[in-house]
Design a protein around this ligand. Structure first.
Ligand code: SF4
Ligand code: SF4
Ligand code: FES
Length: 251
């Protein structure tokens, strides 16, 4: 049995915020059942009205990011083990050494990703993230015309190797949601997710986008090297290091 505490929110109802606790009998041997599996089991067995986002169920799409026992994490890569009652992140996909995020609790509290406006239950609004993405434009802006369809821009072997531990970012926003500076400068700080994406493009194509470099000058000072972003990343990436690299590049 697991004590599951679920955040429910319906903006259209008068009681917009509810935390509901259930004792849930587990249908699969642990750790086969991850937190996303638990939530889907709850939804099919007890309440089909629960809203949540998910797609790939294996840490690729980034859509199932939630606050689990107070820490931002991907539900599909987080497991509740019967043996120690701990919640931990799957580290198989990590490129950096696992940081052993362990929460020694026998109950599981599930809430929407921190510091995001809630649309319904566990579903948050990504507007802020996409607005920053559009403003910084962390992608390749090609000088090739669409008419020359056989043209391509090849990254050098050297710049390809620099992409390791950067290209794996899935834009789940766990780092943004954990960053105090992102909370304090709502809308004015792109946040570690977008800045790591920016470095990824600057490393592979120095001419990727002049707007990236320009915006960084106004953005980078807002990072105070608290490192909460790197501790939160479910892919084992280090957005705080990426921001330091951007600071060096822009100095
Ligand atoms: S850096 Fe990590 S936590 Fe941040 S968006 Fe990318 S994958 Fe998610
Ligand atoms: S290191 Fe910078 S981006 Fe990361 S949590 Fe701290 S202030 Fe935010
Ligand atoms: S469902 Fe895709 S990352 Fe979890």
């Amino acid at each position: 049995m697991l004590l599951l505490k679920l955040y429910r929110c319906s903006p259209s109802s008068s009681s917009s915020l509810l935390v509901i606790a259930y004792r849930l009998a587990l249908s699969a041997p642990l750790p086969a059942l991850n937190v996303l599996g638990l939530l889907l089991q709850y939804r099919s067995a007890l309440d089909a009205s629960l809203s949540l986002r998910y797609s790939c169920r294996e840490g690729i799409c980034g859509s199932c990011a939630l606050a689990l026992n107070g820490s931002n994490a991907l539900a599909c890569l987080s497991f509740h083990t019967a043996s120690d009652g701990a919640l931990h992140a799957d580290t198989r996909l990590h490129t950096a050494p696992p940081r052993g995020r362990l929460l020694q609790l026998r109950s599981l509290a599930v809430a929407p990703l921190l510091h995001h406006a809630v649309l319904h239950d566990l579903v948050v609004d990504w507007l802020l993230l996409y607005a920053s993405f559009s403003a910084v434009r962390p992608w390749l802006i090609s000088s090739f015309s669409t008419a020359s369809s056989h043209s391509y821009s090849a990254a050098s072997r050297c710049s390809r190797s620099l992409l390791e531990a950067h290209y794996e970012c899935i834009l789940c926003a766990c780092c943004n949601a954990s960053c105090p500076s992102y909370w304090w400068h709502a809308g004015a700080y792109a946040g570690p997710a977008i800045l790591l994406q920016s470095l990824r493009w600057l490393l592979s194509y120095s001419s990727a986008s002049s707007s990236i470099a320009l915006l960084h000058k106004a953005q980078l000072a807002k990072c105070h090297s608290i490192l909460a972003c790197s501790f939160a990343c479910p892919k084992g990436l280090m957005p705080a290091n990426a921001i330091v690299a951007l600071q060096l590049l822009s100095s």
